[in-house]
Design a protein around this ligand. Structure first.
Ligand code: AMP
Ligand code: GLY
Length: 417
């Protein structure tokens, strides 16, 4: 089979790395890709929002399946465009992915299906949102309805902070139309986990639980990022994962199917484990990043078989195995200044040495190769992943490998896991 992966992050490198191990995969293409994906397949630098060029490439390379990584590509309807001309695409249609690209849609769905989530109100006018703020206690969470590169959620500790967030989203339009509608919701307290389910429209198979670390600095300080590091499996109480499958994932799949939005792909509910039980923070309609960089290290089953089972509605006939008694972690190395402005084009040294560490694979995110040198090309630059017989061992290997990698301004969290 020939496969085309859409995206350029650590997630896409991890997917490419895993797919490359399948005896079923012949040609492997990544668009646009990064310096790491170029080592496992062939990068094709295209604009992923120009659906026709992706269709043309798929035809030219006889692609049997397109695997779509990023949320905005799904929200643009790339799956629909590919499917309409008979090309297999892994990832939900635009209508099914609305659970991610509209928080207002997701909230309505959860309210209707009695899925536990934070209490919330929706606003389309800044004045009425601010009136509501006066009646609330803090902290409060302000969310832009649409996609905002992971920056559309503000945890406000006072009226002033909340009001400033509303001005940014609704008046100054920092996230353009993503902030036309906002959600103001209750601040939930607890341990945050990432859950993922392979979905075939009806059936779901849960991945092990993982945990991301969203804030830029140690001890969960500083602004939110796309994610600074993950571990999997993350230990939770017995029954928690099945509860999330029964109370969250399956009801969503059933309702989406009933309303003509059949969901095939990966559904990723972000969950807060509160004292009143698991509550949904948000839905993603794709593989998490950096979660996938840990997951692919412990997935035993051929990923091609799983993706095809999702597309063909055959998950109930498929066994999905994860390495037993193994843990994985991924620690992100980011550019100085991320998640704000950061420099690009700085040379990176030591990746080869780091990969010689037992159990370590370095996934690339914002990297590019120029004249035989790998340089930085984004906020999150590398994901250093490792496996071990337990989490402690995996983390020890990852951090030892990190010491061997250098680029100017390299920043990472010391407390992953
Ligand atoms: P979201 O994109 O909705 O997952 O929000 C991004 C991050 O903000 C989450 O991963 C949480 O860490 C945090 N967050 C979102 N909603 C809440 C909430 N209601 N209470 C506490 N933290 C939240
Ligand atoms: N790691 C969080 C995300 O992919 O949204």
């Amino acid at each position: 089979m020939n496969i085309l992966i859409i995206g350029s992050g650590g997630r896409e490198h991890a997917l490419a790395w895993k797919l490359k191990q399948s005896p079923k995969v012949g040609g492997l293409f990544i668009s646009p890709g990064n310096a790491g994906t170029a080592q496992v397949g062939k990068n094709v630098n295209l604009n992923i929002f120009d659906h026709q060029t992706i269709i043309n490439l798929s035809r030219e390379k006889n692609i049997d399946m397109v695997v779509i990584g990023p949320d905005d590509a799904l929200a643009s309807g790339l799956t629909d465009s590919l499917q309409s001309v008979g090309i297999n695409a892994f990832g939900p249609t635009k209508k099914a992915a609305e659970v991610e690209w509209s928080k207002s849609f997701a909230k309505d769905l959860m309210k209707r299906l009695n899925i536990p989530t934070a209490q919330s109100e929706e606003f389309t006018q800044a004045e009425s949102a601010k009136e509501y703020l006066k009646t609330q206690t803090y902290p409060l969470v302000i969310k832009a309805d649409g996609l905002a590169l992971g920056k559309g959620v503000v945890i406000a500790n006072s009226y002033d902070e909340a009001s400033a967030a509303i001005d940014q989203m609704m008046t100054k339009k920092t996230f353009s139309s993503a902030g036309d509608t906002i959600i103001i919701e209750e601040f939930l307290i607890g341990e945050e986990i990432s859950t993922h389910a392979f979905c075939d429209g009806e059936n779901a198979v849960m991945f092990p639980v993982s945990q991301d670390h969203k804030r830029i600095f140690d001890n969960d300080q500083g602004p939110n990022t796309g994610g600074m590091g993950t571990v999997a499996p993350f230990p939770v109480a017995d029954g928690t994962l099945d509860l999330i499958k029964q109370k969250v994932v399956l009801p969503i799949l059933k309702e989406l199917k009933k309303t003509g939005r059949e969901f095939k792909g990966v559904l990723f509910p972000g969950i807060m484990l509160t004292k009143d039980g698991p509550k949904v923070l948000e839905f993603n309609a794709r593989f998490g990043d950096p979660e996938t960089q840990s997951y692919m290290r412990i997935l035993k089953t051929d990923l091609v078989d799983i993706l095809l089972a999702c597309l063909n509605g055959e998950l109930n006939k498929t066994t999905i195995e994860w390495a037993e008694n193994k843990s994985a972690c991924c620690v992100v190395l980011a550019s100085k200044g991320y998640p704000g402005n950061y420099p690009k084009g700085l040379p990176i040294e030591g990746i080869d040495m780091a990969e010689k560490t037992d159990g370590v694979v370095v996934f690339h995110a914002g990297t590019k190769e120029v004249e035989n040198t790998i340089i930085t090309n984004g906020g999150r630059v590398l994901g250093v992943s490792a496996t071990g017989d337990n989490l402690f061992e995996a983390l020890k290997k990852a951090y030892a490998a990190i010491d061997l990698i250098n680029f100017n301004g390299k920043q990472f969290r010391n407390d992953i896991g």
